[in-house]
Write a protein that binds this ligand. Structure first.
Ligand code: MF3
Ligand code: CO
Ligand code: CO
Length: 266
């Protein structure tokens, strides 16, 4: 199966869904505080997506082959949870780091983005992990342009993570996105530069590195969804949906409150 190329008109659809996903993250940011539960954050995001934005939360009842339908509208992964954390009734506490992953469907198009949030003041290690992982996302994005190879993205991410003493999760990757939540290609966050399919203008996919403070190995919790680090070390993730252009990448999940490129000249 080939990687499908989107027309400008199709990318316009993903751009709208993507901006809305970014705006959900902007909206929820001030609520991420000690004492709030991830279940409450889920309810707030759900209402915002459905009532304010008129879109559908893609995670709710999402059931890829081999999975039970996902029970909530967002993913909330705290501390050693790597991804797909199911919102629950445990309050966040000072020092927690939490990834909120939002995927909207608007007019049939998907937009997928996640950010890290720090509850109060976190440890130096936790802050560094969040920062380096954000840098990994942007170094991956910097590789994107027509003519580059898919492996260039993973190689740049892996290099930065490992140079800083962290490890890259292997089992989950970025993905093509459009009318479906997950489509080809698989965007690995590790690998070799100069390998893999050539990037062509009009490809749309996510980059969403999951970086662990300890070892790369993961396990799945009994809920069938939540992924944690096997060694229970901290894990961080950042995600954007991007379109390949002739000269670079267009980030489709930007919003007013999205953190900017950490490597941009001041
Ligand atoms: N948003 C996740 C991703 O970036 C996928 C979540 S699947 C869910 O690919 F069912 F857990 F929501
Ligand atoms: Co994604
Ligand atoms: Co996501």
């Amino acid at each position: 199966m080939a990687i499908n190329i989107k027309t400008d008109k199709e990318i316009e659809g993903i751009r709208l869904a993507g901006r809305l996903a970014g705006e959900v993250l902007d909206y929820i940011a001030p609520f991420v505080k000690a004492g709030v539960t991830t279940g409450e954050l889920d309810r707030l995001c759900h209402r915002y997506m459905v009532d304010a934005q008129g879109c559908t939360p893609a995670p709710l009842n999402y059931a890829p082959p081999g999975y039970q339908p996902y029970p909530k509208s967002i993913c909330a992964s705290v501390n050693h949870q790597v991804c797909h954390g199911v919102p629950n009734d445990r309050p966040l506490k000072k020092g927690d780091i939490v990834n909120l992953d939002i995927t909207t469907i608007k007019d049939g198009w998907h937009g997928d983005s996640s950010r890290m949030f720090i509850v109060g003041e976190a440890s130096i290690l936790a802050k560094r992990l969040c920062r380096i992982t954000h840098e990994c996302l942007w170094l991956g994005i910097a590789q994107v342009k027509a003519g580059a190879r898919l492996g260039d993205i993973g190689a740049a991410i892996q290099r930065h993570a490992e140079k800083n003493g962290f490890s890259v999760v292997r089992e989950f990757c970025g993905h093509g996105i459009g009318r479906s939540f997950h489509e080809e290609p698989q965007v690995l966050h590790y690998g070799k530069a100069g390998t893999g399919p050539e990037l062509l203008a009009g490809m749309v996919f996510t980059i969403e590195p999951m970086i662990n403070a300890g070892k790369a190995a993961i396990s799945e919790l009994a809920d069938g969804w939540t992924i944690v680090t096997k060694d229970r070390s901290l894990s961080a993730q950042w995600e954007h949906t991007i379109a390949v252009t002739a000269t670079g990448a267009e980030i489709l999940t930007l919003s007013a409150g999205a953190p900017t490129n950490p490597f941009a000249a001041a």
